[in-house]
Design a protein around this ligand. Structure first.
Ligand SMILES: *Cc1c(COP(=O)(O)O)cnc(C)c1O
Length: 462
């Protein structure tokens, strides 16, 4: 036992002391580049780590190895945690990768507003202005709604709508629509947070207007419909539509709230996709309020939009929660620019990346995959494959989109390459499948291609 302790102590003593490391010429250079206090702190950490390794039986590192590790540590410290990623996952609106990539117009607008801007200032009169003066009229034009508000995200939009209309009362919802959206956003819990009581009607697969009608009492404050964004019920099913429910809501003077989730402004059929109820259609069918996200199919920054009748929107504007959920200037600028692009649907299909990704033809995807393949080193085992990509972000559930990927079988294994690509700047995130690393072209833009090819070349084993 003592013999073992002695030998570990001897190996600890073989570790170079901090002072000696600091006297090395490499340390001089590192101190000049990163500051001496940072170097000392990182060297202390490096030594503590090395001691733990030595105690676990790992050979004692020498001074140059320790200084190399410290240099890497300082480099990592200098790299921002939140950084650019090339999305080669084949999921267009990847929630973990920032959902919708913004249009260049939206990025420029956010950058222009980043200093001082007329966020709540009327430049014509010199008096205080309205924060939503830019986006509200655009939302009205684009959806046909008489009134609109914008908050932090789709969840906040629904929270505000329910708090303003149903706090202290009951909300009637179909059992088939008590969904969890992801990130722990569950409809029953949101209703509870608003101080409202959930009244479930119907069954998981079938709910009729009569079920809603039977549940309406003097305590009812709203009827809620929720888009089942991330799953599909098929087979023996029935649901009451907004148009079916509108007469019931009207007869009882109740607001009919439609949580559309992704909420497309345009018909998706010309994109080769199945028909999705648009925001305008929901309003025209009789919804009093429609809630939807700004960073799903709209393709803007994270935000939540509520449009509807003046009478239904007004309580939201005056609710104290609005102050806590309000949008900041960067988001408002990017949102306004994105909404402007949507004014011309043909232009939006080309210039809003979320829509452009969905509108791509197999030909375009194949061409991009070929361009990437050509830019990769000869001798690398790489081939183009047909893949099934997805819209993601709780949009178009069950809808597979034919795409193309460059499938790599690198010498050191696909997993090791995937890890090195994730660690790069920019980071690249692909998808592992059948022993290959797939770089799916669906969410890769033409502008990403040179960076993507360079990242793969850097990440390949020597
Ligand atoms: C995505 C979604 C939400 C939440 O929107 P966020 O913008 O992610 O907060 C709410 N309801 C439905 C039906 C959704 O699909």
């Amino acid at each position: 036992m003592d013999g073992l302790a002695d030998s570990i102590n001897a190996r600890f003593r073989a570790l170079p002391p901090l002072q000696r490391l600091l006297e090395a010429p490499e340390a001089e250079i590192l101190a000049g580049r990163h500051s001496r206090p940072r170097l000392v702190a990182v060297l202390r950490e490096t030594l503590a780590h090395a001691r733990a390794g030595v105690a676990a039986g790992i050979p004692v590192p020498d001074a140059p190895a320790l200084l190399r590790r410290a240099a890497e540590g300082l480099e990592r410290e200098g790299t921002a945690v939140l950084r650019r990623v090339v999305n080669a996952t084949g999921i267009a609106l990847h929630t973990n990768l920032g959902r919708a990539p913004l249009a260049p117009e939206a990025m420029q607008a956010a950058a222009a507003a980043a200093g001082s801007c007329n966020l709540e200032y009327d430049l014509e009169t010199g008096a205080r202005g309205a924060r939503l003066a830019g986006v509200e009229p655009l939302l009205r034009t684009l959806t046909g709604a008489p009134a609109a508000v914008a908050v932090n995200n789709g969840a906040a939009a629904l929270l505000l709508a329910l708090a303003a209309h149903a706090g202290g009362g009951e909300v009637v919802v179909s059992r088939g629509e008590l969904v969890e959206i992801g990130g722990g956003f569950r409809i029953p819990e949101v209703i509870a947070q608003c101080g409202a009581r959930l009244v479930e009607v119907g069954t998981t697969n079938k709910t009729r207007v009569a079920d809603y009608a039977a549940a309406v009492t003097p305590a009812t404050r709203a009827i809620l419909k929720v888009h089942t964004s991330n799953f599909r019920t098929i087979g023996f099913t029935a649901a009451a539509s907004v148009a079916d429910l509108a007469p019931l809501a009207r007869a009882h003077g109740l607001p009919l709230i439609d949580d559309l989730g992704s909420g497309t402004l345009h018909d998706l059929v010309p994109f080769g996709l199945p028909h999705e109820r648009t925001v305008g259609e929901s309003l025209a069918s009789g919804a009093d309020l429609v809630c939807f996200s700004g960073d799903k199919l709209l393709g803007g920054p994270q935000s939540g939009l509520v449009v509807g009748t003046e009478a239904a929107v007004d309580p939201l504007r005056r609710h104290p929660l609005l102050r806590a959920l309000r949008l900041d200037k960067l988001v408002l600028a990017a949102l306004e620019a994105t909404l402007r692009l949507h004014l011309d649907p043909a232009r939006a299909a080309v210039q809003v990346p979320a829509l452009r990704m969905l509108a791509q033809t197999g030909h375009e995807l194949q061409f991009r995959a070929e361009r990437l393949l050509t830019a990769l080193p000869d001798g690398l085992d790489a081939a183009i494959e047909r893949t099934e990509a997805r819209a993601g972000g709780g949009t178009l559930p069950g809808e597979a989109m034919p795409s193309r990927a460059v499938a790599l079988r690198p010498p050191g294994g696909a997993e090791a390459l995937a890890a090195r690509l994730r660690a790069g700047i920019p980071a690249v995130v692909g998808r592992l499948s059948h022993g290959c690393l797939l770089l799916d072209m669906l969410a890769v833009s033409d502008a990403d291609l040179p960076d993507l090819a360079a990242a793969v070349r850097r990440a390949l084993p020597e």
